[in-house]
Structures are given as C-alpha cells and as structure tokens.
Design a protein around this ligand. Structure first.
Ligand SMILES: [Zn+2]
Length: 206
C-alpha cells in the first residue's frame, strides 16, 4: 500500500514528465473543458474510463457509482446529465457496465437496509423483471447477464429522461450508448444499445 507521501511524489513526477514531453500540456488542460462524452460507469477501481479508451485528459465527463446506475430519483445523476447535455453539449452518453461487478453480485445474493443495499434495489427490481430468463442460467452466466440487463435498464432511464428528450426535440446531437467491459480481457463489448433520437428509442421501447 502506498503512503500519501509516495502518492504525492508520483504526482510530482507525472506532472514533470508531462511538461517535459509537451510544455503546453497544462496550459491547454487548464482551458475550458470540452469533453466528447459523458461516461456513466461503476465505481469499481478496475474500470476507470480514461484507461479503458485511452482518451486524453479533458475528453471524458465522468459519473461513477456502485453498479453504474442512472437513478431517476438521484439528484447527483440528474445534475450530471443536465450539465453534460445542456452546458457541455457532449454528443455521446455512454453507460458502461462490467462483468464481475460486485454491485450486481450483491444485488443477486442478498437484500437489506444498509445504504449499499438500498442503492442496489434498482438492480434487484431488474432481476425480478427478468427472473424467468435469469433463473435458467448457471450462477456465473446469471451474474453476467444481469450486468448486461442493468446496462440496458440504465440506457432506458436516460433515454426517457426529460433532459435527453428535450435535447433530441431541439435537434441537439445526443447518442446514448450501452457497453459492457470484460475485466478478464480488457475489452469493451457493444450490446446493441445505441439511440440517437426519440424515434430510434421508441422503436425499441415505445
Ligand atoms: Zn461494478
């Protein structure tokens, strides 16, 4: 485990190496941000978005929580979506789940009244809605499939939100995309979830 002193030393080294490679690096980085995507992902320490897709600093507006949820009653999620779309005008909103998600596993295995249990209730409801499909699978496959269904549900929550619907109505480019990350091979997989207009979304969910 690294001490705070070691972390600060590593930070100092990193900042110096950036300037050495490119003297303008922090001058550019300090200018107004103009990210190309909003990333809604899991708080899991293995799934940091800039590492996964190799974009430079300033490219991704990030929102992460346990289980990569977009909860429509969560002011934090709503504020992030509103700011990303209405102010930053990001053209892409990516919901990224991952296999081996501890949040999905916890929702599958038990329920309770602790904050994490309450937060994960939404995944329990998804499990309940798809019980017939999921109960036919073995334990590992069920865990993976529920992670995929969870991404689908979050994409749905975003597309039906007023912030996105209003943006589509006024002709603003907003692509809502669902992906899943495989922690075993480092690869992102598409889930057939890409919506760029109200009509596209309604054709699937309407
Ligand atoms: Zn996770």
């Amino acid at each position: 485990m690294r001490s705070i002193k070691e972390m600060l030393a590593a930070n100092h080294q990193w900042a110096q190496s950036k300037v050495k490679q490119d003297p303008q690096y922090f001058i550019r980085a300090a200018q107004e941000q103009s990210p190309e995507l909003l990333w809604i992902g899991c708080a899991d320490s293995r799934v940091g978005p800039d590492k996964l897709i190799g974009l430079p600093m300033g490219s991704i507006f990030v929102h992460r929580n346990i289980g990569n949820l977009f909860a429509t009653n969560d002011l934090n999620s709503l504020a992030v979506l509103e700011y990303a779309i209405d102010e930053l005008k990001v053209p892409n909103v990516i919901v990224c789940g991952h296999y081996g998600c501890g949040g999905v596993h916890a929702a599958l295995m038990h329920s309770g009244t602790q904050p994490v249990d309450l937060w994960l209730d939404q995944i329990r409801f998804i499990h309940h809605r798809h019980k017939a499909e999921l109960s036919a699978l073995d334990k590992e496959a069920r865990w993976d499939r529920l992670a995929e269904l969870n991404v689908k549900a979050q994409v749905h929550n975003i597309c039906r939100n007023t912030i996105v619907r209003e943006a589509w109505k006024r002709g603003q480019e907003v692509n809502v995309i669902g992906l899943i990350y495989n922690i075993h091979d480092g690869l992102l997989k598409q889930l057939g979830l890409e919506f760029s207009s109200q009509a596209e979304w309604e054709a699937c969910y309407g």
